[in-house]
Design a protein around this ligand. Structure first.
Ligand SMILES: [Fe+2]
Length: 350
């Protein structure tokens, strides 16, 4: 741990001590990774110095954030140019997706803490990046070849590209869609298929993902109503990642589900919508609540998630470090949420 002045503070550093205001309120908690907007906030409160973790691994998390942000920008550029009638500029996108795939092939926990950081305005782009990350993690654990995982990643990031042909007033409508608006939205699968297929150098398997990611395991999906293994493997993977990620984002028409609620939703609907074997792979490999994120419990306690992966992370062990209102916790203590069914995570703080 070392003391740094506000001028020395840089994005990517990790707080080693809580930042407490003069009136006793917590501004930022130990374990937070500094982002530019936090520095601006700290400056407002005239805080002269803070404690950050030592050099080793200091920028590890930050480099993932850079890759994530660059990927977001790339898919945003692709979607905006397609919306204006241009074609997909494949080389840049391919390099970006291959970079994500390579990072995940080396370590599939690498992006876990970054997914789920989304705002409403950028929802479509960030959702595309998250679906790509989740799909690649699932593809890796299914022992697909590297080139198959790269195709899956490309198809996953482009799965909703057809939405570029859907009017924004329908896509961003802050209310329930009419039947005819919903029929228009559904066309994004066919539009996406045509856009991807007309891109030189793209494998048709990538276009199939755009076409079939809304098919359901029981045949009630669209556009073709295919069922079971008649739906291609990549589309079955992306279908799970798509629904899980969409539920955990705030939308213009509803508040987000907490990750455990989204996981419980997809488990409850597994038999109708999803390939049960793939769903198990998905749940075994994602961290519903990744280690080290800070959460608010329904008891008012603020806690850090202790290492957890797979289905166990739906109700992880947490270490209580402070309280929303009231004095700080001097001796942090652990709560195992599986053994305490009345204690729930109600918000993610960081
Ligand atoms: Fe879609």
């Amino acid at each position: 741990m070392r003391k740094v002045s506000l001028d020395e503070l840089a994005p990517g550093m990790k707080l080693a001590k809580d930042v407490i205001l003069d009136d006793g309120r917590f501004l930022l908690l130990k374990g937070f990774t500094i982002k530019k907007r936090y520095i601006d906030k700290i400056r407002l409160y005239n805080i002269p110095y803070l404690y950050v973790e030592d050099e080793i691994g200091k920028y590890e998390h930050f480099s993932e954030e850079v890759v994530y942000t660059e990927t977001f920008q790339t898919i945003k550029n692709v979607m905006e140019s397609v919306r204006q009638g241009d074609t997909i500029h494949l080389p840049v996108l391919k390099e970006t997706v291959d970079g994500i795939v390579q990072k995940i092939l080396n370590d599939d926990n690498v992006f876990m803490k970054l997914t789920g950081i989304r705002d409403i305005d950028n929802y479509t782009y960030l959702h595309s990046v998250d679906v790509c990350i989740y799909s690649v993690i699932a593809g890796k654990s299914l022992n697909l070849t590297d080139s198959e995982v790269k195709e899956l990643g490309m198809g996953a990031i482009l799965h909703d590209i057809g939405k570029c042909k859907v009017p924004l007033c329908i896509l961003n409508k802050p209310a329930r869609l009419t039947k005819s608006e919903y029929e228009t939205i559904k066309k994004h699968t066919q539009y996406g298929y045509e856009i991807v297929l007309s891109t030189p150098g793209v494998n048709p398997a990538v276009a199939n993902i755009a076409l079939h990611h809304h098919e359901h395991w029981n045949g009630t999906g669209y556009p073709s109503g295919k069922s079971g293994h008649k739906i291609d493997l990549f589309s079955r993977i992306v279908a799970i990642a798509d629904v899980y990620d969409a539920l955990t984002a705030n939308r213009v028409y509803r508040k987000r589900f907490m990750p455990h609620e989204a996981a419980e939703y997809i488990i409850a609907n597994a038999a109708q919508y999803f390939d049960p074997d793939l769903l198990q792979v998905f749940l075994d490999n994602i961290a519903v609540y990744p280690a080290d994120i800070i959460v608010l419990l329904n008891t008012g306690e603020i806690a850090r998630v202790v290492e957890a992966k797979g289905e166990a992370s739906i109700r992880p062990k947490v270490m209580v470090i402070t309280r929303k209102d009231g004095p700080p916790v001097l001796d942090p203590y652990e709560i195992d949420l599986t053994e305490n069914p009345s204690v729930n995570i109600v918000d993610i703080i960081s």
